[in-house]
Design a protein around this ligand. Structure first.
Ligand code: C2E
Ligand code: CA
Ligand code: CA
Length: 750
C-alpha cells in the first residue's frame, strides 16, 4: 500500500498541476482499449483529468500494478488467457499485491457468464458489466462512481494515517520529535479531510524563553513572540525551523500572520490556514497549499478537526513543556546548567576560531548571606544578581544558573573584558535597592574545540573561578592551558587519594618522642602514609592539602584518629602504658560539627585515657574566629586531652592570642631546629622561641632533631622534649613495637 496519500495520485511530476486519475485498462482485445480511451478522452471527472495505463493480460496487469500503487481504477476484462483470468487477477490484486483501495470494474463480452456473487464481494469488485451495456454515458457514470469511492477510501486511509501519527506523537512524549511528528500528522489529516495535497506546514507561536507563560499576545513578529515552522511536508519541507517573518513567500506569511492575529481559519483561493489553540494557550496554524481553488469547506468538520488536534496538541505540548522545564531554573526562571552545556555544544559545533567565552560567576560568601539573613533573603539576592547580570550583558550575553549561587555567562571575549569590574565588585553600584556588599569570583575560559567537550569547557571556567576565589573575593581569573594542566594533575591525584583511602591503602607511621634530659621515650606522633600502586611514597605535604581542599580530610581525619588510638592501645598493651599519642588535626576537622562527639567516641571505644592523647593543631586555626577557637580548645582540654601547637614559630598568629589558648605544648618547627648547632643566625631563633614556651608554662618540644649536637644544645637552652631522625624516623606500628623493645634499655640516639 502506498505510504503517502495525495489525491488523486501522489507522484506528481510537475508541481502545482492538477493530478489525473490513473485508470488501468486490462483487456486482450486491442479494440476495447481504443474504444474505452476514446469514450473517456477529454473527460474531467470530479475535477481531475484521466490518465490511462494499458495491459493485455492478467500477468501484465499485475506487473504494472506492482510498480504503480496509485492506480485508482481497473477496467478489467473477465475472460482473457483463461475463462476466469479476470477473477483470478482480481484475487491476486487483493490478496497477493494487498491493494485494497484500487477500484475494480469487471467487464465481459458474453452476457451469460456472470461470476458468483460471492467472488464479487470477496474481491471487492465495484461493478460487473457487459461491454455492450457500457455506452459512453454509462461508462462515465460507472467510472465516476468508482473513482469517488476510491477517493473516499484514500481519504479514510490518509486520515487514519494522520490520526496514527497524532496518536504516535502523543506516545512519543519524551522523544524530541514529539511535536514535529504530531504536526506532520496534522498536515496529512487536514489534507485528506479537505481533499488537498499534503503539502504545507505547521507553525507554532512561541513566547521567548524568559517570557513564557504569557500567551496573550499572538501576533507573529511583534517582537515578543516568534512564530516558527515546526513541521512541513512536500515541497515545503525545507522551511522547517524557519521563522514565519523570514519567509519569502508572501502568501504563506500573510495567511499565517492573519490566522494568528485573528485567531481564526483563513480560507483563501489557493490555500487553507487552520488556526488552533490548545487549552493552555499554545497556538498553532497549519497552512496547506492548494493548486486549485478550494470551493467548499465543511465548517462543522473543520470545527471537529480543530477541537481534536487542539486536545492532542495539549497532551504533547504538556510534555514539551516538561522538557522545557528541564532547561530552566525554577527559582530564577533563567536557563540552567543543561541549557548552558547545550549552548556550549552548539558554540563548539558552529565555531572555528571564534572568541566566545564561558564565564562562571560565583557569589562570594553566599553561604554566610544565607545563614545570617535567611533563605528568603538569599533567594532575593539570587534574583537580583540574575537580573543585574542580564542587564549588564543585555543582548550580547546569555546568563545561566549553574549552581546554588553560581551563574554561567556565554558571551564574547571583549564584552567580558569590558564588564569584568562591574561583575566582580560593582554589580549593584549606583543601584538603589541594591546589595552593595556583594562581590563575585569570576572564572573565564575561552570556548575552544581543543579543550574537548562542553563539560570540559565548563571545568576550565570552574578551574579559573577557583583560582579567582583563592586570590580573595571580587577577583576574576582567566583560564590558561597551563593552569588547567596543573589543576587536572591535582584532581587526578585527589582521585587516586580517594581510591587509596577507600581501598585501605593508607596507613599510619609513628615517630617517637623523648625527654631531652634522660632520653626516656614519652610518646609517639602518628603520621599518615600513602604508598601508591607503583610503590611510590607520596608525601603527606602533597596530599593533605588536597584532602583539606576537597573535604576528604573529614572522613580521612576520623579514620586516622581511630587507627592511631587503636595502635596506641596496642602499644600500651605491649608494655608501654606511659606513652602518649599525638595526632595531627586540621582546622577543618576541628570545625566539623560532630568533632567532639566523634573524638569522645574514638577515645572511649579504644579504651584510652584522654590524658594519653594530644591533638596537634597549627596556628592557622585562629583564622576562624578567636571565640570559636577558644570554645573548642577549652572543650578538648576539659576532657584531659592535650593540645600541642605544631610548627610553632612559622605561623602568623599573634602571640597575644595564643597565650589565651588552653594549650599544653608547643612544637618548635624543624626549620628553626635545623640551624641549631651550626653557628648560623637561624639557630639563634630557637633561643627566642623556647622562652616563649616557658612564659606560656607549657612543654616545649623540638621537631626535626637530627644530630647529637642539636640534642645537647636544645637541652641546654631549656627545651623539654625532642622528636627527629636522631631519635628515630616515623615507622609502621610493628616496627615501632620492636623499636620500643630494643630501646627499653638503650640510650638516646641508640
Ligand atoms: P608535621 O606534623 O610537622 O610532621 C613532622 C614531619 O617532619 C613529618 O613529615 C616527619 O616525617 C618529618 N620529620 C620527622 N623527623 C624529622 C627529621 O629529623 N628531619 C626532617 N627533615 N624531617 C623530619 P611527614 O610525615 O612528611 O609529614 C608532613 C606533614 O604532613 C606533617 O608535618 C603534617 O603537617 C602533615 N601530616 C602528616 N600526617 C598527618 C595526619 O595524620 N593528619 C594531618 N592533618 N596532617 C598530617
Ligand atoms: Ca605534627
Ligand atoms: Ca611540625
Amino acid at each position: 500500500m502506498t505510504t503517502h496519500g495525495g489525491l488523486p495520485g501522489t507522484s506528481r511530476p510537475d508541481r502545482g498541476a492538477v493530478l489525473p486519475w490513473k485508470i488501468l485498462i486490462v483487456d486482450d482485445d486491442e479494440d476495447v482499449h481504443e474504444v474505452t480511451t476514446l469514450a473517456l478522452k477529454r473527460t474531467d471527472i470530479l475535477g481531475h483529468p484521466l490518465a490511462f495505463l494499458h495491459a493485455y493480460s492478467a500477468a501484465e496487469a499485475l506487473a504494472l500494478l506492482r510498480g504503480d500503487p496509485d492506480v485508482a481504477l481497473i477496467l478489467l476484462d473477465a475472460i482473457m488467457e483463461t475463462e476466469d483470468a479476470g477473477l483470478e487477477a482480481a484475487r491476486a490484486i487483493r490478496e497477493d499485491l494487498e491493494m485494497e483501495d484500487v477500484r475494480i470494474v469487471l467487464r465481459t463480452g458474453q452476457p451469460g457468464q456472470i461470476p458468483e456473487l460471492e467472488s464479487i464481494t470477496r474481491y471487492d469488485i465495484n461493478d460487473y458489466r457487459t461491454k455492450s451495456e457500457l455506452t459512453r454515458e454509462r461508462l462515465i457514470t460507472v467510472v465516476t462512481a468508482a473513482l469517488r469511492s476510491w477517493r473516499q477510501i484514500r481519504r479514510i486511509q490518509n486520515s487514519r494515517r494522520g490520526l496514527e501519527l497524532i496518536v504516535k506523537a502523543s506516545n512519543q512524549f519524551i522523544a524530541a520529535e514529539g511535536i514535529t511528528s504530531f504536526a506532520e500528522g496534522v498536515i496529512s489529516q487536514m489534507a485528506s479531510l479537505f481533499d488537498l495535497e499534503p503539502e504545507g506546514l505547521v507553525c507554532a507561536s512561541f513566547a521567548p524563553p524568559d517570557r513564557r507563560g504569557s500567551p496573550e499576545t499572538a501576533a507573529c513578529g511583534d517582537g515578543d513572540r516568534s512564530c516558527q515552522i515546526i513541521a512541513a511536508a512536500g515541497r515545503f519541507r525545507g522551511l522547517i525551523d524557519r521563522r514565519v517573518t523570514e519567509l519569502e513567500d508572501d502568501r504563506i506569511r500573510s495567511a499565517i500572520t492573519r490566522a494568528f492575529e485573528h485567531r481564526e481559519t483563513v480560507h483563501e483561493d489557493s490555500s487553507l490556514t487552520v488556526y488552533f489553540r490548545e487549552p493552555s494557550g499554545q497556538e498553532f496554524a497549519t497552512w496547506i497549499d492548494s493548486p486549485r481553488p478550494i470551493t467548499e469547506i465543511d465548517h462543522d468538520l473543520l470545527g471537529v478537526f480543530c477541537t481534536n488536534i487542539s486536545l492532542s496538541a495539549a497532551n504533547i505540548s504538556l510534555v514539551d513543556r516538561l522538557q522545557k522545564l528541564a532547561w530552566t531554573d525554577q527559582l530564577l526562571g533563567i536557563p540552567n546548567l543543561t541549557a548552558l552545556l547545550e549552548r556550549v555544544r552548539s558554540v563548539l559545533s558552529a565555531s572555528a576560531g571564534t572568541d566566545t567565552i564561558l564565564a562562571l560567576c560565583d557569589i562570594d560568601d553566599f553561604g554566610a548571606i544565607n545563614d545570617v539573613l535567611g533563605h528568603g533573603y538569599g533567594d532575593n539576592v539570587l534574583r537580583d544578581v540574575a537580573r543585574r547580570l542580564q542587564e549588564v550583558f543585555g543582548e550580547s550575553g546569555t546568563v545561566y544558573r549553574v549552581g546554588a549561587d553560581a551563574f554561567g555567562v556565554v558571551t564574547r571575549r571583549e564584552v567580558m573584558e569590558t564588564v569584568a569590574d562591574t561583575i566582580t565588585t560593582g554589580l549593584f553600584e549606583g543601584i538603589s535597592r541594591g546589595h552593595p556588599e556583594i562581590t563575585m569570583s569570576v572564572g573565564v575560559a575561552l570556548i575552544d574545540l581543543q579543550e574537548g567537550d562542553p563539560s570540559n569547557q565548563l571545568q576550565n571556567a570552574f578551574i579559573a573561578m577557583k583560582r579567582a576565589r583563592r586570590a580573595g573575593s571580587g577577583q576574576i581569573a582567566w583560564y590558561t592551558p597551563e593552569i588547567g594542566t596543573r589543576t587536572r594533575e591535582r584532581l587526578q591525584l585527589l582521585k587516586h587519594l580517594k581510591d587509596a583511602f577507600s581501598e585501605h591503602r593508607l596507613y599510619l607511621a609513628f615517630q617517637p618522642q623523648a625527654a631531652l634530659d634522660d632520653g626516656r621515650i614519652t610518646g609517639v606522633e602518628a603520621l599518615v602514609r600513602w604508598r601508591d600502586e607503583s610503590g611510590r611514597n607520596i608525601p603527606p605535604d602533597e596530599f593533605i592539602p588536597l584532602a583539606e581542599r576537597s573535604g576528604l580530610i573529614i572522613p580521612l581525619g576520623y579514620w586516622i584518629l581511630d587507627q592511631a588510638l587503636t595502635a596506641l592501645s596496642r602499644v600500651h598493651g605491649a608494655g608501654h602504658p606511659e606513652l602518649t599519642l599525638a595526632v595531627n588535626v586540621s582546622a577543618n576537622q576541628l570545625k566539623h560539627a560532630s568533632f567532639l562527639e566523634r573524638l569522645d567516641d574514638a577515645v572511649a571505644r579504644n579504651g584510652i585515657e584522654p590524658q594519653a592523647l594530644e591533638l596537634e593543631i597549627t596556628e592557622s586555626i585562629s583564622m576562624f574566629g578567636i571565640d570559636d577557637v577558644l570554645k573548642l580548645l577549652t572543650a578538648v582540654r576539659s576532657r584531659g586531652i592535650g593540645i600541642a601547637v605544631d610548627d610553632f614559630g612559622t605561623g602568623y598568629s599573634s602571640l597575644s592570642s595564643i597565650d589565651r589558648w588552653p594549650i599544653s605544648r608547643i612544637k618548635i618547627d624543624r626549620s628553626f631546629v635545623a640551624g641549631v648547632g651550626s653557628e648560623s643566625n637561624r639557630g639563634r631563633l630557637v633561643d627566642l622561641v623556647v622562652p616563649i614556651g616557658h612564659r606560656l608554662s607549657v612543654r616545649v618540644l623540638a621537631e626535626g632533631v637530627e644530630t647529637a649536637a642539636q640534642w645537647e644544645q636544645l637541652h641546654e637552652i631549656g627545651c623539654h622534649d625532642a622528636q627527629g631522625y636522631y631519635l628515630g624516623a616515623p615507622m609502621p606500628l610493628d616496627e615501632l613495637l620492636e623499636w620500643l623493645d630494643r630501646r627499653r634499655f638503650g640510650a638516646p640516639g641508640g
